[in-house]
Ligand binder design. Structure first.
Ligand code: ZN
Length: 243
């Protein structure tokens, strides 16, 4: 049987034992967000959760369910709002007009997100955790990192994101938007969910994809390399905290 690491699957005695051995909680910072025509809408949470599951099996700790609400840039026009990749800011594979991308349903204001993180941290500290590792959607990860000192002071939680264990523009974990990096990671962890042919054969425009072109640079091999490097770095980092 594969070792259970998901919070929602543990019985209380199993939970207690895991937290005593390794008091680390892993929080996938997901979205329900357009990730190109070729990727699942929950790509952010899926990638983060798959990384955390592997690390938790290596060193212990408990993986939380993915959040699917997160902050992002927003633009209000008189009739409606556009957010995140709806707004083309450059650095994308192809240019496009600002419009509401199908499937995106994740935005919340910065303050509300930060309060949600504070409340999650309060609950996790109460449950016995000493370390919180959160990672995923870019703006969610950055804003989580901005709260590190406060979460330590108020709840005694040491907080980290994946970039604290390994940082690199190409081999880092989730360091673009639906481009070569995120596409390859998703191909490595959930190959059945990636439909590269949608953009590779020109059927659909590769809009709202930021980073290196996945049609040229994405591969399962690259994704596996990124995954392996990051699982190793995070596992070693966490192991060192408790040795
Ligand atoms: Zn993403």
């Amino acid at each position: 049987m594969t070792e259970k690491v998901l919070y929602e699957e543990l019985c209380p005695a199993e939970f207690k034992e895991r937290v005593e051995v390794c008091p680390v909680a892993y929080l996938p910072l997901g979205t329900l967000e357009w990730h190109g025509p070729h990727m699942p809408l929950g790509a952010d949470g899926i990638q983060a959760q798959e990384l955390f599951k592997r690390v938790a099996r290596n060193v212990g700790g408990v993986v939380l369910p993915s959040l699917f609400l997160g902050p992002d840039r927003i633009y209000h026009d008189p009739n409606r709002e556009f957010y995140g990749m709806d707004i083309c800011t450059g650095g994308t594979v192809v240019p496009y007009e600002m419009h509401q991308l199908p499937g995106s349903a994740y935005w919340l204001p910065d303050e509300l997100y930060q309060n949600m993180i504070r409340q999650i941290a309060a609950n996790l500290a109460r449950a016995g955790f000493k370390v919180l590792v959160a990672h995923g959607h870019g703006p969610s990860t950055w804003q989580f990192c901005d709260l590190k000192a406060e979460l330590k002071e108020k709840y005694g939680l040491d907080c980290y994101c994946a970039f604290d264990f390994y940082k690199d523009e190409v081999m880092g974990y989730q360091c673009d938007h639906a481009a070569a990096n995120e596409t390859s990671i998703t191909m490595a962890v959930r190959p059945e969910l990636v439909q590269l042919e949608r953009i590779a054969e020109g059927k659909e425009e590769p809009i709202a994809i930021a980073g290196r072109d996945p049609r040229i640079h994405a591969s399962e091999e690259y994704g596996k390399e990124v995954l392996e490097i990051n699982v190793k770095a995070m596992s070693e980092g966490i192991r060192a905290m408790f040795s």
